[in-house]
Structures are given as C-alpha cells and as structure tokens.
Design a protein around this ligand. Sequence first.
Ligand code: PMP
Length: 381
Amino acid sequence: RIYLDHAAAMPIHPEVLRFGNRFLAGFAGNPSTIYREGLAAEEAVSRAREEVAALIGASDPASVIFTSGATESNNIAVRGTALRNMKRGKRVVTSTIEHISVLNPAKVLLKKGFAVTEVPVDRYGTIDLGALEEAVTPETVVTSVHYANNEIGTIEPIREVAEIVHARGGFLHVDATDAAGRVPINVERAGIDLATLSSNQLGGPQGMGALYIRPGVRVQPVLVGGGQERGLRPGTEDVFGIACMGEAARLAAKEMPEESRRLAAIRDRLIAGITDIEEAYLTGHPTERLPHHASFRFSRIEGESIQLAMNMLGIAVATGSACTSRTLEASHVLLAIGLAHEEAHGSMVATLGRENRADEAPRVVDAVRETVKRLRAITPL
Ligand code: PMP
C-alpha cells in the first residue's frame, strides 16, 4: 500500500504516539484548577503553546490559542477579527482559492453588511498583487490569504501581501494549515497578524488546531462560554490533543529541513514521470510549491475514476480537496486558475509524508500511466 494523501490525513508521528501513550497513562487534571493535578495539566498546555509558537517564530507563546482545527481557527480569525474591529470599516478581502473554511465565514459576514472581495490568482494559483492593491482599502479590516494551497501546492508571496495589507492599516490572516512544518514560517518577520495551524498536518491528532494572534490584535470570540484560551476558545481544554500537537510541532521544527528536502526529491520524480504521460499536466506553481505536493490534471478522464483505479492498484491519491470531494462539483481552485469544467474534473493530487520512500516514485508513475491509458480507452469523452 502506498499512501499519498497526507493533505487529507497524516498518520500520527511515531514519536507523538509514544508521547501520547505516556501522556494518557498519566492523569491530566483540569488546567483551570490550582491544585497539583490541574497545575500539571496547565504545565502541559503551556509547554505545547511554547512549541507551537516556536515553530512559527512567535516570540510570545501567549499569542497562540488552541482550537478544534483549522476550520475553527479560520472562523475565529475571519469573523472574530472582522466583527471586533468593524468600526474601522466593513470590508474583507480573500483570494478566490482560499479553503471553504475561509470563504464561507467571509460569506456569513455579508449578512452583517460587510463587503467581501475575492482577489483572483494567475494560472499557477499565485495571487494577483495588483488586484490585491486595488481590493484592499483603508476600510478593509481583515485580508485572508493562505500560505499555500492544499489542492495545487502553490506558495503565496506572503511578505508582499503583508506589505499591501499593512500599508492600508488592516490585519492579515494567513491560513498556514498546509505550509506549517513543511516550509519555515516566521509570523513576525513575514508580517502575519493571525495564522491558522492544524495539528494533523504536523503529525499530531486530527480535530485539533491553533490560531496565532499577534499581541495587540483584538478578536471577538465565535463561541462564548468560560474564559479558557483568553475567552476566545471557551470550554475545558483538550489537554491530550494540545499536548500531542505541541510534541508534533516540536518534532516538525526539528525534522523539517531534512524531511522537506527528502520529500521534495520524491515529489520531483513524481512530477517528472507523470508529466511525461501524454496530455498530463502539472497544476499549481512549477517551483513555488510545497515540498511534499504534486498535483496534476489529465485530459479526457475523471479524477474520481483515477482515484478508484489507483486504489485498486494499492495506491491512495486525492482528486482535489477531501473537504469537497463528495460533492462532485468542480474544484473552485481549479476553476479559479482558469481551467474549464471538464479539465478541472480530471485532477489527481499526491501529497507525501514520512512513510513514503524514494523507490515508490517509479511504482506510482507506472500505476498512473497504466491507469490513464486504461481509462482513456474506455472513456466516452
Ligand atoms: N485550510 C486549509 C488550507 C486546509 O487545507 C484545510 C484542510 N484540508 C482546512 C483549512 C480545514 O482543516 P480542518 O478540516 O482540519 O478544519
């Protein structure tokens, strides 16, 4: 079995698994209490906060809050920041290829009287900086642009985006779900005001995430209750999940340079081999892309058929984003980079991870070649 859908779900890092087993065997109290068991839990949460902050170059660990995942972080960042600061103006800007957990919260703001602008991207998925300059006005409270796209792997020019946003006095939110732990991120040097992270994308458990909020940026909670996580994420903390995410962040920071180089070499072999197939094309940016990410489109066949056929050959690949794959609609990302509907339906995404080995690349390329040939022979298209 060759698993190539790490953007959808990552196996837990073996060291996080060991750490988590030890952690669960002990007893973590409620971090809000002040006796020994509670203080130990609070200590575990604090340590995790430090590790996550360190991974993204945030000098104040208190700037990180823990959430139930990237979707929740994106909701707090987009809606919470917009609503808390709307006396400045009622405008929000995103790109056309943001994840739906950014685009949909922005749409909710429409009902509160906000104007939302989706800035276009070029055929590689790179945001149009000229269009961004026009879209962001002094009334724009939040601009949300992801660090990298999960369907096409393109890395955005975040420093340039930050300059444009800050020149007009607004806040920049960056969804770094797919980039964190893969490429070095320094929120302070990049000028990022809020950043979304996912635990699973670092090798930690699913259903766990974090949001970096630069000190001084005021955000309104989306969920209300107690005062946990500075009142922005009320409710008793998932101490186990948080501790494991912290451990995953620590390992990601340590292993990233070598691991990203290793995966990029496998990625490049996949790209070279698969784009050699007739009418097969790379999607996303040829060089400014995530080190573990290879994405393609094939003319005259359907992504779902490729996925099923590859599964039969023992290989798990994606076709677009797992979050929308069951809708059978063409990906908004692939349409936004200029593909026609029928082109957007023929996509295949391979995202690599820790267990993948270099000798798998030729096996995957052969399987894709065989699959594409067989499917084209029976296609009515
Ligand atoms: N943002 C991006 C860029 C993503 O890739 C994903 C997951 N594919 C999410 C947000 C949502 O993550 P989750 O489902 O864990 O909330």
